[in-house]
Design a protein. Structure first.
Length: 325
């Protein structure tokens, strides 16, 4: 008689969400929403730095069931974002005491401004991290010893992982499930949440591209003029002639006002327009390339991938696809 052996069951991974004062409610629930779809593999609990309720970024407060002692048994700690006005390069005494409870080797995960807590704790010095692109300058000013990449959705730096704003926290949590237990489970959870299992590219595809205001001074009028002619050649000489400046003066003024060179700006606007057409029309990639001033589909693919990290078809699928329920 032969005895059958049952395969060993994976141990439950304890995820502790640290809710800080000013926490954003949507992001507070991301870890539980994603990891909670695999309760046989993950246990998710939420705590505060002192065991007391915290106010949220909305018009209500929350009262997690756990205090900072929950951090002592965490396998992964997730820090959701908290109010911008509370961001600092120093920890409060309560924050410092709570962080000291985390065991060495615990996986640390931040969503959006949660990276500021890790930065203030000195955990990101010498590392690469990300946060919401709107706060890139603030982050660099507060944490000059951290290499910030504001273009990506998340960064996996081994035991510390950081993500950009809001839904990129979902991307990162799915990445962790995929890393821990494979793509099949991550894809299953994504379908249950009715979200893409993987979003190509980075924050660059979501960064707002403000348009110049009509009648503005400086190079704004030329930028507006150029936006109406993206399908035509637009050289530095063309732009400078419209602005009635020398190319050298125009390039300097343009960079001061737009934050980038004229040539790079034109490419960005062509990519921005191509994205709009990919999202809202069924035009072929070749036709869109000509509509926005790229010579052909190959050029469009190269520029789109360079700016936002995806191909035209992948971008169109991401923004036009329907999800399984």
């Amino acid at each position: 008689m032969h005895s059958s052996q049952q395969p060993p069951q994976p141990s439950v991974h304890r995820v502790v969400v640290l809710a800080l004062d000013g926490v954003y409610p949507f992001e507070l629930g991301i870890a539980n929403r994603v990891f909670g779809e695999a309760r046989h593999l993950y246990e998710v609990v939420t705590c505060t730095v002192d065991g007391l309720p915290v106010r949220t970024g909305a018009d209500f407060s929350v009262t997690p069931d756990h205090g900072p002692e929950a951090l002592e048994s965490a396998d992964t700690v997730v820090v959701p974002p908290y109010d911008h006005s509370l961001l600092s390069d120093r920890l409060t005494p309560a924050m410092a005491a709570a962080m000291a409870r985390i065991r060495p080797g615990t996986r640390l995960v931040s969503i959006c401004t949660g990276a500021f807590l890790f930065g203030a704790a000195g955990l990101l010095d010498g590392r690469t991290a990300t946060t919401h692109w709107v706060l890139a300058d603030t982050f660099r000013r507060l944490f000059p010893h951290v290499t910030l990449d504001p273009d990506v959705l998340f960064i996996d730096d081994g035991d510390i992982l950081t993500s950009a704003g809001a839904v990129s926290g979902v991307d990162l949590c799915l990445h962790l499930v995929r890393k821990d237990h494979g793509s099949e489970l991550a894809n299953h959870i994504a379908r249950r949440c009715v979200i893409p299992p993987w979003r190509d590219g980075g924050q660059a595809q979501y960064i707002e591209q403000p348009m110049p205001e009509p009648g503005a001074t400086g190079t704004a009028a030329t930028r507006e003029w150029a936006l109406e002619r993206l399908d035509r050649p637009l050289t530095l000489a063309d732009l400078a002639a419209h602005a009635e400046m020398s190319p050298r003066t125009f390039a300097r003024r343009f960079t001061e006002e737009a934050g980038t060179s004229p040539g790079r700006w034109v490419i960005q606007q062509r990519v921005h327009q191509a994205r709009r057409l990919l999202e809202t029309t069924d035009l072929s990639v070749e036709r869109i390339a000509h509509e926005v001033g790229f010579g052909g589909a190959i050029s469009l693919r190269q520029h789109l991938h360079s700016v936002i990290g995806v191909s035209p078809l992948a971008y169109r699928r991401a923004f036009q696809a329907t999800s399984d329920v």
